[in-house]
Design a protein around this ligand. Structure first.
Ligand code: UN1
Length: 498
């Protein structure tokens, strides 16, 4: 692979693949094989972003006027093409992001699911009709696109997150400028190719790769961009929300998590352990819905810990392209540095390193960014490892005397994305559902994921604006217009208070 020629990928603006006006490019490499170059991509700047916005304005004129069922036909076609390219797309995800191939295949499937769901929305896109106070008057709502929308996506789901923003945005008739994470642009290029092949009109989807500080900022600042759909860190999301608020721009920001699982003494231990190990160490913990805290009721704590460590020790670590692998490398050097730094912080704070904690080196490990699955016990809520999002394979464990205390610990963080309880007691499960401070709540299932026809998102520092996916996505990507029609044959006296 290293000997083959490196492909250069371009931006896609106004229906043409073009180079950045900066004249600069950068390389992306495989996090499991540092010497394998995934490709060369445009290092775009603000001028490219603005050119894309101008192209999107032209695309909008065509797309907003296309009936939603006809827009759906393009998305269905793209879905078919993605299905045909599914294996290639899964490999692309693994090669550029590093996640195990099984997870990458799941990601492709989720992308297909959202495209199917969004396309179906083309024959719904409901408004509502309600009686007017006045005779001979019709009153109802319709939906119109927001306009030009900026789509800013992270590296940890290089295909699915773009897919679940782009498909709902398209069905609602918007034109888009898509800025994928600098670390994972190849899945984005391929998704754009798929929409091009599906027949999306020029200018409706524009792709600009490069640094967020230039491209992302230009989108946030442009008065022609009416909305931003962002997924990434709470720090950047907060900045985007603030800057957008000044310009009265609609924002949907999906940000960090510090998701907790509560294990009560009556839990099915096998189920709980399976969900926790997958939640904490699957995708190397690099998911905003990853499990980063476990709170165990004291009666079952010792048994639980022994089994957790046993299961964790059996995980196979290596290059995710090998289907036998459970835990693959972190996505980058900076991710590895950050995770190791937090492991150091946990130790300094006095938590007990119960398992793992080391960087893996030697042999193939030297080719990637490997850190062992790591478990800290004796963690208290004041510690940084109990509060901050680590975004890696690090699990913190707490002991609680009962459900009430467990929920207090669960709610003691600024984040509020996902959470889970394992119990067979329906009363306790409901108490948990009604009091835990997260946007997504699971009972007897891991904190991970979500289905595309249900809203996805969190409370507090985890998210702001309307949820992604489900009908919430249509609410975000459309404006509701209220219509009143007086259809009386002649002038009638109108009520004074209207
Ligand atoms: C998932 O964990 O299944 O950035 C989806 C993220 C989330 C999406 C996660 N916004 O990890």
């Amino acid at each position: 692979m290293a000997a083959t020629q490196i492909a250069t990928y371009k931006n896609y603006i106004g229906g043409r693949w073009i180079e950045s006006v900066t004249g600069r490019t950068y390389q992306v490499h495989n996090p499991a094989r540092k010497d394998q170059i995934v490709g060369e991509f445009q290092t775009s700047g603000a001028d490219d972003a603005l050119q894309a916005v101008a192209a999107a304005k032209e695309g909008l004129a065509v797309w907003a006027g296309t009936p939603a069922p006809a827009r759906a036909a393009v998305i269905y076609k793209a879905l078919e093409i993605l299905g045909r390219r599914a294996d290639e797309m899964a490999q692309t995800i693994t090669i550029e992001e590093g996640k195990p191939i099984g997870d990458a295949q799941g990601e492709v499937k989720r992308s297909m699911n959202i495209m199917e769901y969004a396309a179906g929305e083309g024959r719904r896109m409901f408004g509502y009709t309600t009686p007017s106070e006045l005779p001979n008057t019709a009153a109802y709502t319709i939906r119109r696109p927001l306009g030009v929308v900026g789509i800013i996506t992270p590296w940890n789901f290089p295909l699915a997150i773009p897919a679940w923003k782009i498909a709902p945005a398209l069905i609602c008739g918007n034109a888009l400028v898509f800025k994928p994470a600098s670390a994972t642009p190849l899945s984005a290029v391929k998704l754009t190719e798929i929409y091009e092949e599906a027949g999306l009109p020029a200018g409706v989807l524009n792709l600009v790769t490069g640094p967020g500080a230039q491209v992302g900022n230009a989108l946030v600042e442009s008065p022609d961009v009416k909305g931003i759909s962002f997924t990434g860190s709470t720090e950047i999301g907060t900045e985007i929300y603030g800057e957008s608020a000044k310009r009265l721009k609609k924002v949907q920001a999906e940000m960090g998590g510090k998701n907790a699982v509560i294990v009560l003494s009556d839990a099915d231990m096998d189920k709980a352990l399976g969900g926790i190990v997958q939640g904490a160490f699957g995708s190397t913990g690099q998911r905003c819905t990853a499990t980063s805290r476990v709170i165990v009721e004291e009666e079952v704590y010792d048994q639980f810990m022994a089994e957790l460590i046993d299961r964790t020790s059996k995980l196979k670590i290596g290059d995710g392209i090998n289907p036998e692998i459970d835990v693959s490398p972190l996505a980058s050097q900076s991710q590895k540095d950050k995770v190791l730094e937090y492991i150091g912080i946990g130790t300094e704070e006095g938590a007990n390193l119960a398992y793992g904690g080391r960087e893996l080196t030697g042999g193939d490990y030297d080719q990637g960014y490997y850190v062992e699955p790591t478990i800290f016990t004796g963690v208290s809520t004041g510690m940084r490892i109990a509060q901050e999002e680590i975004f890696g394979p690090v699990l913190t464990v707490f002991k609680a005397k009962d459900l009430k205390e467990a929920i207090e610990i669960s709610n003691s963080v600024e984040f509020g994305l996902s959470s889970s309880v394992y119990t067979k007691d329906i009363t306790k499960a409901y108490e948990y559902i009604n009091t835990v401070a997260t946007g997504m709540v699971h009972v007897n299932a891991s904190t991970l994921g979500g289905e595309v026809h249900l809203p996805f998102g969190g409370l507090n520092s985890s998210g702001v604006g309307q949820r992604e996916q489900g009908t919430a996505a249509v609410d975000f990507f459309s404006e509701v217009i209220t219509v009143y029609i007086d259809h009386a044959a002649e002038a009638t006296e109108r009520a004074r208070f209207i």
